[in-house]
Design a protein around this ligand. Sequence first.
Ligand SMILES: *Cc1c(COP(=O)(O)O)cnc(C)c1O
Length: 226
Amino acid sequence: MSGGQSGLGERLALVRERIERACGRCGRDPAEITLVAVSKTFPAADVETAYGLGLGDFGENRVQEGAAKAIELSEAGMHPQWHLIGHLQTNKAGLAVRHFGVVHSVDSERVLAAISKHAGRDNPTRIFIEVNVAGEATKSGIRPDEVMELAGHARSAEGVILQGLMTVAPHAGAEAARPIFRELRRLAGGAGVGQLSMGMSEDFDVAIEEGATHLRIGRAIFGGRA
Ligand SMILES: *Cc1c(COP(=O)(O)O)cnc(C)c1O
């Protein structure tokens, strides 16, 4: 796989084709799916190229790295939506809410409270609750049986808008991810939330079939990470 800007247009075209084909298989409209281009580890110049190709949503897993790129793009007159997709340390919540309009990785009451404290009522942060559906020891996210309670807290918290649930499936191939995605959808139904942030480079086709509303795609767009 080649990194850098050279193949970005071609890779993005392939990703869009895969999205359209998956939508075709299950009768969904591609317009109802938000493509979050995961730019972690890639330089701001690559993000600017992607922005020029029509991408308006970017995902970063580290607050400082994302904030630096957000500032650089903003100074160049580009204002995409930034999505935080990695674990948030509460001492960085202020910086996070300043630059990220959406946080996909709310995984505790402490993190929820920190976002709520820093986000203003006039400028609320949209959030997803991250669920460790497969129960992998190495992954962050709450347990499935904790979803209802944290969702309840999120609904009554000021400065946040609960959008839905997020998960990262085990790296075991797209079909192995299907039951994980299906379970996230079931949990979202139970908690009364409508959005599903699921699906990465390897498994987003299946995620679309299982109802994903937000895809988080890095390598398939930007190329291999070092
Ligand atoms: C890196 C990352 C992605 C994107 O992964 P790719 O395999 O590059 O598509 C998606 N979600 C999270 C939480 C990530 O950390």
